[in-house]
Design a protein around this ligand. Structure first.
Ligand code: MRU
Length: 354
């Protein structure tokens, strides 16, 4: 049983609890977040991570902001201003995954129609209800993604990158949800997980999740993927996404683009799995997606061990963009977009979830 990445404790006066993923797989520890600063820090430090999960954290973070306003005994107007300001902090805690801004905007939208004299407790109750709805819906979205995606995976080797499972979402996951759904249906998969440098989400989190589910997994160094594909052991690649543009260009964990190029070179289908909240239809060209650059230590001191000599500099983009032409299909809760074209993306997003 995989623990939830985050949970709300108590009623609207309660607080958010975040499973500290930086400690996995060694330790299971939750951080109590009673102030927004702690939520923002948890998102920035990847204690909670994965596009859908940070969106859910952003939503609950607004309920935490309302709690701050209650404790500070702010007037109705001041409470609303406080929540809006905290919302801006939450929405920008990480720049690439669009789910974060999407969830914050959706929760703020839930309090917009409330009367101007609604007090902080009333605002907090509405924010918590909306955050809980996003969390619950994500569970269903993951299940639908798994249903639509499972038939795409043939028996044999499947390679994934980063972590896109229960730890990264409110449900069973996106790409990993497809893999586990196919496994549960009896598909004879051999699952390979890129270790996913520099923060090892594949080795630390995906391998742990699959182990918890009793699904055997083989972890490889990211640089071994080319050889694995070249030797014909992979029948499909599937990854998640942090932001997908209208034409299907996809930002995901650094290393995804290299994997897509390799898959293309070896004529292996490369799939992306993501809910509709990961699409950003305001953008068309993936080059316009903001790419988070992170600190040097993550590269120079992997897992806290000094690996490079003092004075070495680091290049540490957290994401890259895979152009739509390298993607065989995008699995959403509404169905599979294939071929990946602007027309097909827009047509799929107009449909209801099924
Ligand atoms: O930096 P991270 O660990 O938040 O990056 C996560 C990813 O890139 C995932 O593939 C993506 O968010 C999809 S999670 C369902």
């Amino acid at each position: 049983m995989i623990p939830a990445a985050l949970r709300w404790s108590g009623d609207a006066a309660g607080h958010l609890e975040i499973l500290d993923q930086t400690l996995l797989p060694a330790r299971l520890e939750w951080i109590a977040c009673a102030d927004v600063g702690t939520v923002v820090e948890a998102i920035r430090s990847l204690r909670v991570r994965g596009a859908p999960a940070i969106g859910i954290a952003g939503g609950y973070g607004l309920a935490v902001a309302a709690g701050e306003a209650v404790r500070a005994k702010l007037s109705s107007a001041a409470a609303r201003a406080h929540i809006l300001a905290r919302g801006a902090e939450l929405a920008t805690a990480r720049p690439t995954a669009v789910n974060l801004r999407w969830a914050v905007d959706r929760c703020l939208g839930a309090i917009a129609p409330l009367p101007g004299d609604a007090d902080a407790t009333t605002l907090g109750t509405a924010l918590l209800a909306e955050a809980r709805a996003i969390h619950d819906e994500d569970r269903q979205l993951c299940a639908a993604i798994g249903r639509h995606g499972a038939p795409l995976l043939p028996d044999g080797g499947v390679l994934t990158h980063c972590n896109t499972g229960a730890l990264a979402t409110g449900g069973d996951g996106t790409a990993l949800g497809v893999i586990t759904a196919a496994w549960d249906q009896g598909r004879k998969l051999e699952v390979f997980a890129d270790e996913t440098r520099p923060l090892f989400q594949g080795a630390r989190l995906t391998a742990w999740e699959l182990g918890q589910r009793g699904i055997p997994v083989t972890v490889l160094a990211d640089a071994a993927a080319g050889h694995l594909l070249r030797t014909g052991r992979i029948r499909a690649c599937i990854v998640g996404a942090d932001r997908i543009t209208a034409r299907g260009d996809t930002a995901n964990k650094i290393g995804t683009y290299a994997l897509a190029v390799l898959a293309h070179a070896h004529d292996v289908p490369f799939y992306v799995a993501a809910p509709s909240s990961t699409f950003d239809l305001t953008l068309d060209d993936g080059a316009d997606i903001p790419i988070e650059e992170r600190g040097a230590d993550e590269v120079l001191r992997p897992l806290g061990v000094q690996a490079a000599p003092a004075g070495a500099r680091a290049y540490n983009p957290a994401f890259d963009v895979t152009p739509a032409r390298l993607i065989r299909g995008i699995v959403t809760e509404r169905g599979v977009i294939t071929p990946v074209t602007r027309e097909n993306v827009l047509a799929m997003l107009r449909q209801e979830a099924r």
